[in-house]
Design a protein around this ligand. Structure first.
Ligand SMILES: *Cc1c(COP(=O)(O)O)cnc(C)c1O
Length: 351
């Protein structure tokens, strides 16, 4: 296998930049779990301010943010309502069941991981002793396995109103909420303030090595701390990594638009290659899902053959085992063109 020259496997492969590493090296630190780490405290203040929430807590991963929020809201056996494409169903090792004790009630929103207030109405059944009790509606901004699709503010408001009607909490898995902000022009505050709790991932498009920040009302965050600690997520001199988050929120938010432009460029180029079908044709954010089967090379084989040429793109996403290319801070426009050239070669049997 040759070295990976263009890595479109995920935005999680992005590496901390020299300037980010410098900020990390110079971070003021303290004992995070005693609220004595000034850099963590600053990061939490920034995240609360950005999202319009009262309080925030720094958490090692987005997966743990979902586990904590569901644990706060649910007793054993209670239900979380989410789309059938949602990340906690497919990619969190059963954490909602194992750690939070909740069931996942899946709705089929039919629009790339996005559903409506009417879908929530349908999913909430009248009380009966033998039924699981729904406690939370969980939405994903952007929808990862929905192809990086954005909820519009109106769609979030519609679901928020339904959650209120049924006395449910609304939680936002905002792993890529800032991508949605860049794509739609709606502010993080507008999206997140519709929700009882939300989180953003620092280790995806924002380019940090680690971390996520969970936000909500002070009493929710206080309870979140108990489960963060029980799940092993309370830390010590975490300012070393939180400094990357402070740096990223200052310097890496505006540039997400470049990743979106690169994703569009990739999609456009892919559509010109015979046998490749891009879905959707116009990516909304930083993800491009496509099917290479029409070239006579299946997606898994295409992925392997591209890797041999130094281009990494994963295969096996969703029911059609699609390929998924994700743009990020370490992918330039030239890299996109190099990836397209490699895909063209493999599709034409020139590899
Ligand atoms: C990556 C991701 C997660 C999990 O975040 P980690 O930081 O990898 O644990 C949760 N939800 C969505 C939509 C994601 O893309």
């Amino acid at each position: 296998m040759s070295a990976i020259a263009v890595d479109l496997y995920s935005d999680t492969v992005s590496r901390p930049t020299p300037a980010m590493r410098k900020a990390m090296a110079e971070a003021e630190v303290g004992n995070e779990q005693a609220h004595e780490d000034p850099t963590v405290n600053k990061l939490c203040e920034m995240a609360a301010e950005l999202t319009g929430h009262e309080a925030a807590v720094y958490v090692p991963s987005g997966t743990m943010c979902n586990a904590i929020a569901y644990r706060v809201y649910c007793r054993q056996g209670d239900a979380v309502i989410l789309d059938q494409l949602a990340h906690p169903i497919h990619a969190e090792t059963g954490g909602p069941a194992a750690l939070s004790g909740c069931m996942l009630t899946q709705v089929d929103g039919g629009r790339r991981g996005i559903f409506t207030g009417a879908d929530v109405d349908k999913a909430v059944k009248p009380y009966k002793r033998n039924r699981p009790v729904a406690k939370v509606v969980s939405i994903e901004q952007t929808s990862n396995f929905g192809g990086g699709a954005c909820w519009t503010l109106d769609e979030v408001k519609d679901v928020a109103a339904a959650a209120k009607r049924h006395d449910l909490k609304l939680h936002m898995d905002g792993a890529r909420m800032l991508n949605a902000v860049a794509a739609t022009g709606t502010s993080a505050k507008d999206f997140a303030s519709q929700c009882d709790s939300a989180w953003i991932d620092l280790s995806k498009g924002l380019g940090c090595p680690i971390g996520a920040v969970l936000v909500g009302p002070a009493d929710f965050i206080e309870e979140a701390w108990r489960w963060k600690t029980q799940f092993g997520g309370a830390m010590r001199q975490a300012g070393i990594v939180a400094a990357a988050g402070v740096y990223a929120l200052t310097h890496h938010v505006e540039r997400l638009a470049e990743d979106h432009a690169n994703a569009k460029r990739l999609a456009k180029g892919l559509m010109q290659i015979p046998g490749i079908e891009v879905d959707p044709e116009e990516p909304e954010t930083n993800m491009v899902f496509f099917d290479a089967n029409g070239t006579g090379i299946d997606n898994f084989d295409m992925s392997k053959r591209l890797l041999a040429k130094g281009v990494r793109i994963g295969a096996g996403y969703g029911p059609r085992d699609l390929m998924r290319a994700v743009t990020h801070i370490d992918v330039s426009t030239d890299d996109i063109d190099a990836a397209l050239a490699a895909i063209r070669d493999v599709a034409a049997g020139r590899d």
